[in-house]
Design a protein around this ligand. Structure first.
Ligand code: G1P
Ligand code: ZN
Length: 542
């Protein structure tokens, strides 16, 4: 029976770059989740007769929330919900499933790389029929619904068991429980040369994949160990846990330091990789050689044709504005288009749909292609492995070759987390006001060439997004970007992105923080970060 529950509008926060993220207790406080789910359904024009994909990264509250979503989908008239067994679906696997099954969209439960648990973070986002994050217009419509909500609808019966494969009915709606891995693994087998990868592992090639106790464990075990023959135990921390083992499932050198240690120790494997909470991010590290996400994108753009799925070459590439310009140099050499978009994967969707870009990436460990409409951690790992197998080179050799040919875009991101929100906002506001006066000013050895605020005109649908980050360009090709995070759940996070191109063959193997020292000094001089935030140094340097 449909129960109609009177309710009131949600708080005014607009969903950020990846849906709505809040502290778990906020989502658990009935009717917060119920309100947001109803707002999603209303915002997309209702779900009457629609098919939806539902799954999440397995964090605390994942299963309970899925039960609520299924009951609400049934009460709102959905015809079918396709759910990952046990409530699990990685974000790229959900995107793949939406496209494969021709679903009308999907609800993905995740706060990505943020910690999980009763006092940690939870999140929910809606992806559209193309498998990608809701567009700005749809996000706005969902947000508008949160403000006008007066009731939500829920099926007045217990949620079905989603631990067993098969179909059950909830009211008139079919709940179809599917294996979360099978279709995704099949998609990967179509893109990559699995025979060559099996041959690579047969030669004794050693891999360490750290699933960080998050959703990619079952995917990586099945694909890397069972299908490709990586030695048993190559996938570590493979069991998804509701609290990710109490850590941040964030694949960067800080949070994946165990992997970094293993890859820099004696007896390091040939290749190391990690993925995040919901499986869309990746970290790539060779023996003694960490690959920055921006460099990874550039190398993949350069060599993707070595994998069967990309043998015909790339239509174009795209990167988020703060991502380093390394990929631009590859695109230029290949004579293909290179798009610069605002932060957040949703901005790649139109370019991918329109066939303008094949590969996309962000500096925040996200890389992907037109095979789905999300970034895809395991896909990036498999593409790297395919390239290594085809090129017969180590990661370190590939990087050295790349820098020798294209130069090296030294790059780093400095994050100041949980900064007082007002202090962070006034830092940005004052810097914005100062932008027109900056050209010609010198800070230490660097002279500012120009400064602006990034805005984006979508070449496909003509929509405009403004205020997407403050950019300062220096005369020697260095660049500084300041922006506030859209995904935090407490205070504000200030992100400072630092970059400098080096083409001198004798300076291609420096420590990035040293190579960027002058840019780091300039950032402090221009923005007064320490004085304004009270922080002497960043919380996280990647
Ligand atoms: C961060 C990353 C961004 C990514 C997003 C979702 O957003 O910087 O590249 O798309 O997470 O994974 P931010 O917190 O910077 O708004
Ligand atoms: Zn993620």
């Amino acid at each position: 029976m449909i129960q109609i529950v009177p309710t009131t509008a949600l708080d005014g926060q607009k969903p950020g770059t990846s849906g709505l993220r809040k502290k778990t207790p906020v989502f658990m406080q009935n009717p917060y989740l119920q309100n947001y789910v109803q707002a999603i359904f209303d915002g997309i024009g209702g779900v009457q007769g629609k098919a939806l994909v539902v799954g999440g990264d397995g964090r605390f509250f994942n299963d309970t929330a899925i039960g609520v979503i299924l009951r609400m989908a049934a009460a709102n008239g959905a015809s079918r919900c396709i759910v990952g067994q046990g409530g699990l679906l990685s974000t790229p696997a959900a995107s793949n499933l939406i496209r494969l099954r021709g679903a009308d969209g999907g609800l993905i439960l995740s706060a990505s790389h943020n910690p999980g648990g009763p006092d940690a973070d939870f999140g929910l986002k809606f992806n559209g029929a193309n498998g990608g994050p809701a567009s700005e217009a749809v996000s706005d419509a969902i947000h508008a619904s949160t403000q006008t909500l007066t009731e939500y609808r829920i099926w007045d019966a217990p949620a079905p068991d989603i631990s067993a494969l098969g179909e059950v009915y909830l009211g008139a709606m079919v709940v179809e429980v599917v294996d979360p891995v099978t279709d995704y693994a099949q998609a990967m087998a179509q893109l990559f040369d699995f025979d060559a990868l099996r041959a690579l592992f047969k030669t004794g090639f050693r891999l360490r994949f750290d699933a960080m106790h998050a959703v990619t464990g079952p995917y990586a075990r099945e694909i890397l160990e069972n299908r490709l023959g990586a030695a048993p135990g190559s996938v570590v921390n493979a069991t998804p846990l509701p609290d990710f083992g109490g850590r941040h499932p964030d694949p960067n050198p800080i949070w994946a330091h165990e992997l970094m240690d293993a890859m820099h120790g004696t007896d390091a494997p040939d290749f190391g990789a990690a993925s995040d909470g919901d499986g869309d991010r990746n970290m790539i590290v060779g023996r003694g050689c960490y690959v920055s996400p921006s460099d990874s994108l550039a190398v993949l753009a350069d060599l993707a044709h070595l994998a069967p799925g990309y043998a015909g070459g790339l239509k174009g590439v795209a990167r988020s504005m703060p991502t380093s310009c390394a990929v631009d140099r590859v695109a230029e050499a290949k004579g293909i288009a290179c798009y610069e978009t605002p932060t957040g994967w949703k901005f790649f969707g139109n370019l991918l749909d329109a066939g303008r870009a094949t590969l996309c990436g962000e500096e925040s460990a996200g890389t992907g292609s037109d095979h789905v409409r999300e970034k895809d951690g395991l896909w990036a790992v498999l593409l790297w492995l395919n390239i290594l197998a085809a090129a017969g080179k180590s990661v370190a050799q590939l990087m050295a070759d790349h820098w020798a040919r294209y130069g090296r875009n030294y790059y780093s991101r400095h994050d100041y987390e949980e900064v007082d929100a007002e202090a962070a906002q006034s830092l940005i506001a004052d810097l914005r006001a100062a932008l027109p006066t900056l050209a010609g000013q010198s800070t230490g050895a660097l002279t500012i060439a120009r400064a602006d605020e990034f805005g984006y005109d979508d070449p496909v649908d003509g929509s405009h997004s403004n205020a997407q980050g403050l950019r300062i360009f220096f005369k020697d090709g260095a660049r500084l970007v300041f922006r506030l995070s859209g995904t935090g759940t407490a205070g504000a996070t200030l992100r400072v992105y630092l970059e400098r191109l080096e083409t001198d063959p004798d300076k291609l193997h420096l420590d990035p923080q040293e190579a960027l020292a002058e840019v780091i000094t300039a950032a402090e001089a221009i923005a007064g970060i320490t004085a304004r935030t009270g922080r002497a140094k960043p919380d996280v340097i990647t």
